[in-house]
Design a binder for this molecule. Structure first.
Ligand code: ANZ
Length: 849
């Protein structure tokens, strides 16, 4: 009875909670303030691991804290259950992906329940359920109606191992697939896209709203990903070509220095320009294009690479100088950035200079970067540069482009202007003449959502025999995945759904024969709006109820890994804005606050199957108990930091829990004992703890709250053993405060303590559980600091002692000292020479003698 046995405690309370389901949102809570606390939902790959144990501990701590503060807390969970791992496992074992997926879900769910995660189990969703993915299809069709879902032919990232396309976001910096590790190649395909680029400005500007409540690192990554550049579009006529070529530049001020033009070899523009050239040029171009297509985008942007390219035998006209500029194709220009073409200004752009030096093209300096931007006129003349008088400033000599600010030279009407003013002026000039305009460009590309895989949401579009797109009518949703019976899921470059002949063949609403789109949606579509589905995952009539969204959303606190810093968060932000524009929600950002937990590592290394250093969830909780694992996660340090499982002590956590639990057994005052009659020192400690807790919890200093709980437990132990004893009501008050705090971190132990304290009573329903006991208010009278003694000396002799606050300032202490009757007597009628106060301990007064 009196030994702490975590297994016994777990098996005592788990069934009670399972029976009661205390964390479902209840009608009784309608008047309480609300919080929506959301954990990023898991992918069902096998059982939970220690990383999950950390994440779900932290999310649960936040949820349980707000419940103790009297909030009605929505804390749901579901599974992100479509995706490649299930499909690959299914192929390997020859089973339906559904079997693997739902078995893993069942296992993870059981582990989460054992882990005492306080989820609302009545709201579970799985994105692979037709009842869920039906609404992905609804969303797709809504976006299609608005022109936000469209099909285009383009070069896509192709993963030759998984045999599917990838979004740009899924290609790592070294040009390999985030999933399979294969080197990604380019392939031309007709695919569905979501027009996220229409939202680029809003996605960027609205990040300002999240400043301070999202990690600044994540905000920076989002900004960088969207990558807005401002400058101008400039139109160049091409001799013998029907339409001008537009380029994007961030430096239109350097237009007078543009000496050639470069187009991306893999752009439609290059193909068009070369079509009218000689067979010889066309052949050289074709050879070059083939080489280029073997390179990754990352390679192509590597500035240290030797410059390659072909002259297309075409000439552009510089719109301000009238000079002829040769047009080249070179791979340092990317087809899908800006307009896939640049005006090359070799004097002021390093890549252009490298290219000009490699192919002997003219370099013309138009910004004197040596001239002060304010004040004096330029100090270098074009003639000086021409004659090579100052070779250190001539880029064709030095190989260094002049990229800094300065004054315009050699630029007609721009001469003498600073860079900023020249940019403004040249844009005005171009706009007047209709050959250019102010423009912005983004790194962000439209979101490619088609995937050639089985285990995802079917795209709700069909095609008639002549290829016309026909949306599946809303009332025919969901378009369900067919049975896998007889279907070959092996990757072969086209979707496995194409093999389901009966499924593919369909008819349009007006009775024409048609074929279904056989691709499935990127699973990031599924997770882009799931937080709204939790409001009622069983609603068969709509994706979500806007009135419920008004009540609960946006999510107050989102908790999850930093690996989702770009993609998932960007997509969820985008879809939220789309839903706002469609009038379904009244907010534009889905997650008001974000907490990124660190990773759980072992001896400094990430846990992974290949390293064989995985600590499984089950091992952890079997050995130390759920509460010790949860407490260890909270105590390890700030939640953003990585936890090295080799450095933490779940055994230490367990010992502390046992110490706390024993105290609950020892309290011997009655439940209704009046604490005001208790030991004042212990009471002060308790109330300081109560006062500090909320601020610490709300700034995620969970480790400090655990440390304070440990200190309080030590103070109580002392009070029981060598102080006022276990019958003092202050002891009960202190133990109860610790128990409520522990209910946040170590719910099994706390529930047991609550019961032993005579507080808990599960027969009263959830009000009889410690999880709803409420965080008590600190009594301000008990927060007053103890006084310290300040000594007042007059001419070196102690004349008075004052009881003052330890926080008293020098001025205040000096005034108190001079007001003392004893001090005034000692001073008599001598004038005061000086007063030196050293708060809070000493005041020295010297008189003139
Ligand atoms: C002329 C120029 C002069 C430029 C100069 C820069 C400096 P960010 O800042 O990344 O947006 N550019 C435009 N489209 C390109 C493409 N498809 N592939 C490769 N480079 C491209 O870069 C904008 C600058 O990158 C543009 O400004 C253009 O070069 C180049 F002294 O135009 B600039």
């Amino acid at each position: 009875e009196n030994a702490y046995d975590f297994r016994a405690i777990e098996s005592r309370w788990a069934p009670v909670w399972e029976e009661m389901q205390p964390f479902s949102i209840s009608e009784d809570d309608a008047d309480r303030p609300r919080k929506y606390i959301l954990d990023m939902f898991p992918y069902p790959s096998g059982d939970l691991h220690m990383g999950h144990a950390e994440q779900y501990a932290l999310g649960d701590i936040v949820a349980r804290y707000w419940r103790q503060r009297g909030f009605s807390v929505l804390h749901p969970i579901g599974w992100d259950s479509f995706g490649l791992p299930a499909e690959n496992a299914a192929i390997k074992r020859g089973v339906d992906p559904r079997v693997w997926t739902y078995e893993n879900i069942a296992q993870q769910k059981a582990s989460m329940k054992r882990y005492a995660a306080s989820f609302d189990w009545s709201r579970v969703l799985h994105t692979s359920d037709p009842e869920y993915y039906r609404w992905n299809q609804w969303l797709f069709l809504k976006m299609y109606e608005k022109g936000l879902a469209y099909r285009k032919d383009s070069w896509v990232n192709w993963d030759p191992v998984d045999q599917t396309v990838l979004a740009n976001e899924q290609v790592l910096a070294d040009g390999t697939s985030e999933r399979s590790g294969a080197v990604v190649v380019k392939k031309k395909l007709t695919q569905w896209y979501f027009k996220i680029t229409d939202y680029a400005d809003r996605l960027l500007d609205d990040l300002n709203q999240l400043e301070g409540s999202w990690p600044s690192k994540v905000l920076a990554m989002q900004r960088n990903w969207i990558g807005r550049s401002t400058g101008a579009d400039v139109d160049f006529l091409i001799e013998g070509h029907h339409s001008p070529v537009t380029v994007f530049t961030t430096r239109p001020d350097t237009l007078f220095g543009a000496t050639f033009m470069v187009v991306a070899p893999d752009s439609d523009l290059a193909a068009e320009l070369v079509a009218g050239s000689t067979p010889e040029v066309r052949m050289r171009f074709q050879d070059y294009l083939e080489q280029v297509q073997k390179k990754s985008e990352i390679d192509r942007q590597d500035t240290s690479r030797e410059k390659t390219g072909v002259f297309l035998d075409r000439w552009a006209i510089n719109p301000v100088t009238g000079e002829r500029m040769p047009v080249w194709a070179a791979d340092y220009v990317l087809a899908d950035y800006g307009h896939g073409a640049v005006m090359a200004v070799p004097a002021h752009d390093q890549r252009d200079l490298d290219f000009a030096r490699a192919f002997d093209l003219p370099v013309k300096v138009v910004v004197d970067t040596n001239a002060p931007v304010t004040g004096a006129m330029p100090v270098i003349t074009p003639e000086m540069l021409e004659t090579g008088d100052i070779p250190e400033l001539n880029p064709s000599h030095t190989g260094e482009a002049l990229t800094g600010d300065g004054r315009l030279i050699n630029s007609g009407p721009l001469d003498g202007l600073s860079k900023q003013n020249a940019i403004k002026r040249v844009i005005e000039l171009l706009e007047e003449r209709g050959t250019g305009r102010a423009a912005k460009t983004y790194r962000l590309r439209d979101w490619l959502i088609s995937r050639q895989r089985f285990w995802g949401t079917p795209i709700p579009i069909m095609y008639t025999e002549d290829g016309t797109e026909v949306p599946v009518p809303m009332d025919a949703l969901p378009v369900r995945l067919p049975d896998t019976e007889g279907l070959d899921l092996k990757p072969k470059g086209t979707s496995p759904l194409g093999g389901a002949a009966d499924w593919v063949a369909t008819t349009t609403p007006d009775g024409q024969p048609a074929r279904r789109d056989t691709d499935t949606m990127d699973t990031f579509v599924d997770s882009s709006w799931y937080f709204l589905r939790f409001l009622d995952p069983n609603d068969a009539t709509r994706a979500f109820d806007p009135a419920e969204a008004e009540k609960w959303a946006p999510v107050d606190q989102y908790v999850g890994g930093v690996e989702h810093a770009i993609l998932h968060l960007l997509y969820a932000r985008f879809i939220t804005k789309v839903l706002f524009d469609l009038g379904y929600v009244s907010f534009t950002e889905p997650f008001s606050a974000l907490l990124n937990q660190g990773m759980v590592v072992l001896n400094g290394a990430k846990m992974s199957k290949s390293k064989g250093n995985i600590v499984t969830f089950t091992d952890g909780v079997d050995d130390f108990g759920v509460d010790a694992v949860r407490l260890t996660m909270a105590f390890a340090g700030p939640p953003e930091d990585d936890i090295d499982w080799a450095d933490v002590s779940p055994t230490g956590s367990q010992k502390f829990l046992a110490r706390a639990w024993r105290l609950a057994n020892e309290v011997s005052s009655p439940v209704d004992a009046d604490p005001s009659t208790g030991d004042p020192a212990l009471r002060r400690a308790t109330h300081r703890f109560l006062a500090e807790g909320p601020g610490l919890m709300e700034s995620f200093k969970f480790n400090v709250v655990v440390a304070r709980s440990m200190e309080l437990v030590n103070a109580i132990r002392k009070a029981v053993d060598s102080g006022p004893g276990a019958a003092d009501p202050a002891v009960r008050e202190a133990v109860e405060a610790v128990t409520v705090a522990l209910s946040i971190f170590a719910p099994y132990t706390a529930e047991d303590m609550w019961q032993r304290l005579g507080r808990g009573d599960a027969s009263r329903g959830r009000d009889g559980l410690v999880a709803f006991a409420g965080w008590r208010k600190a009594d301000p009278l008990l927060l007053v600091e103890e006084a310290v003694t300040a000594v007042v000396q007059v001419d070196g002799k102690v004349r008075d002692r004052l009881e003052v606050s330890p926080k008293i300032g020098n001025d205040e202490l000096e005034q108190l000292a001079l007001a003392s009757a004893a001090v005034q007597r000692a001073i008599g009628d001598r004038p005061i020479a000086r007063v030196i106060a050293r708060a809070p301990r000493v005041v020295n007064i010297a008189t003139q003698r």
